[in-house]
Design a protein. Structure first.
Ligand code: PLP
Length: 486
């Protein structure tokens, strides 16, 4: 039963929507006592979205806040393109001044900011139903467990996994790749075997495999990149051999924004019966991901790169593979039965989630995926593409500025250097103008070095960035090079 008196006074737009829908359903029944109670019928559910936690006294209901909602219009302008100005208002951190200027957040490749919705969901969890999960036989444990598992299902739908049992919650991409390296790598790689990564990869997809290669006596090979920042896929055909045990590559490179042709990589690897891990840290928020269509064996990403909380991430693993893998960490939750002599392990995904999980942030990630789904990943992709092309055009006209990398297909990353001005100094000078960018090696030293650089300045765009943000960046860079021409 939905007790309307419980939810009065909540200001989250999602709950306002819920109230509106509920009122409509109840024929404008007053919210005052006596409380109006109606069964949640099929007629109401499509309006409310999917309840993710049982409704109860005092809960702020776990209801998908958006959908085909009246709120949608807020996020689109008259031309029906994504309204970034409006979207920006959903992000409290972006409402501040930094060094006397309105903050322009162009460090989205490092991390994205969080909308109210996500922050509120986490706060709601700790305020109303914080509990350990799976073990407690009480109301809050049941509520927390349902919300945690609902978040898993949201991830499943977002990346189109066949089953939520293929979704493992971890701390982030780094931990996810380490999990696969320490389980699959330990189990299947032996002396003389080979592991393939790429020159475009983040250190998080190099170091864990290097360590396993050293430990197991294997060789690590890398698909090389050309001078535009595109992988030379013909080299993969040459590198792959009967000793290759896994190919692990990034979907999108974090320094030049290259979208790697992972479908082709998977095809080539599968022709040799080699499984493929895709590091989706830089793709998940910028381009649609369908793990089944890709044929990925593992797909890993971090919540904080897609408007979700820090400290939560995902390993997708094909069920047939996960079923064969030994656990990584041992402890509670990952077992079925323990005696002093031996342990019978749980089935996936619990087998890979030892100990108390990060319940609050998994729920927060679920909310972030709702938010992105509401706006539409295709719309986000198109918006970011327009911004990136505009930024590249504008920056290219600045004397002494060199854009680095020109891949065939890219997401919203721009990398550049300035003649005679060290990269870290550019970062500091932009910060003085309230503009946050990355200035360094971006944890992708092999990628930068392949193109002849040690560091770059890297603005990266997200759904809340506007043309005005790009103009502010361009004006600030012109100022740094001593050029006042707007
Ligand atoms: N892979 C890529 C391509 C990245 O860009 C990053 C982070 O920037 C990572 C992996 C590591 O992600 P995290 O630090 O969230 O584990």
């Amino acid at each position: 039963m939905l007790n309307l008196s419980n939810i009065e006074g909540l200001h989250d737009p999602g709950f306002e929507l819920l109230l509106k829908a509920a009122r409509k359903y109840c024929q404008e029944a007053p919210l005052a006592s006596p409380p109006v109670e109606k069964p949640l019928s099929a007629a109401l559910l499509p309006l409310l979205g999917e309840a993710e936690a049982p409704l109860g006294e005092g809960t702020t209901l776990g209801v998908r806040p958006f959908g085909e909602s009246e709120l949608s219009h807020l996020h689109y302008d008259e031309a029906d393109t994504l309204n970034a100005e409006q979207i920006k208002k959903d992000f409290p951190v972006l409402q501040q001044q930094v060094n006397g200027h309105p903050l322009v957040w162009l460090d989205n490749g490092a991390t994205t900011q969080k909308p109210h919705l996500v922050i509120d969901k986490i706060s709601d969890y700790y305020t109303h139903y914080n509990s350990n999960i799976h073990r407690g036989a009480h109301t809050l444990a049941a509520r927390a467990t349902d919300a945690y598992e609902a978040a898993r299902e949201k991830v499943q739908r977002f990346i189109n996994a066949a089953s939520s049992e293929e979704i493992i919650f971890v701390r982030g991409t780094t931990e996810g790749i380490n999990l696969v390296a320490q389980t699959y790598g330990r189990q299947y790689c032996t002396v003389g075997d080979e592991i393939i990564v790429s020159e475009l990869d983040h250190h998080a997809n190099i170091v864990p495999w290097q360590r396993i290669a050293q430990e197991r006596g294997c060789t690590l090979r890398a698909i090389p990149t050309d001078k535009n920042g595109d992988l030379i896929l013909s080299e993969l055909e040459r590198l792959i051999s009967p000793r290759t045990r896994i190919v692990s590559v990034g979907h999108v490179n974090n320094t030049f924004g290259t979208i790697n042709d992972v479908q082709r990589i998977i095809q080539i690897a599968h022709q040799h019966n080699v499984p493929v891990l895709i590091d989706g840290a830089q793709s998940i928020a910028h381009t649609p991901v369908d793990v089944q269509q890709l044929g990925a064996d593992f797909f890993v990403f971090s919540g904080h790169k897609i408007y979700g909380p820090n400290g939560i991430g995902v390993v997708y693993g094909r069920k047939q593979l996960l079923d064969k893998l030994q656990p990584w960490q041992g402890g509670g939750n990952m077992i079925k039965d323990v005696t002093i002599e031996r342990t019978e392990y749980n089935v996936p995904p619990a087998r890979f989630e030892a100990g108390t999980p990060n319940v609050a942030d998994a729920i927060g990630l679920g909310a972030a995926l709702d938010y992105v789904s509401h706006i539409g990943i295709r719309n986000i992709e198109a918006h970011e593409h327009r911004l990136t092309e505009y930024a590249r055009e504008q920056l290219a006209q600045i004397p002494g500025l060199t854009l680095i990398g020109n891949p065939k297909q890219r997401v919203s990353v721009v990398s550049f250097v300035l003649d005679d001005i060290p990269v870290p100094e550019v970062g500091t000078l932009l910060d003085k103008e309230g503009i946050a960018v990355r200035a360094g090696h971006h944890c992708a030293q092999p990628a930068l070095r392949a193109l002849g650089y040690e560091m770059s300045v890297r603005p990266t765009f997200a759904l809340y960035n506007t043309r005005d943000d790009v103009d502010r960046l361009v004006i600030a860079v012109r100022k740094i090079v001593g050029e006042s021409r707007p």
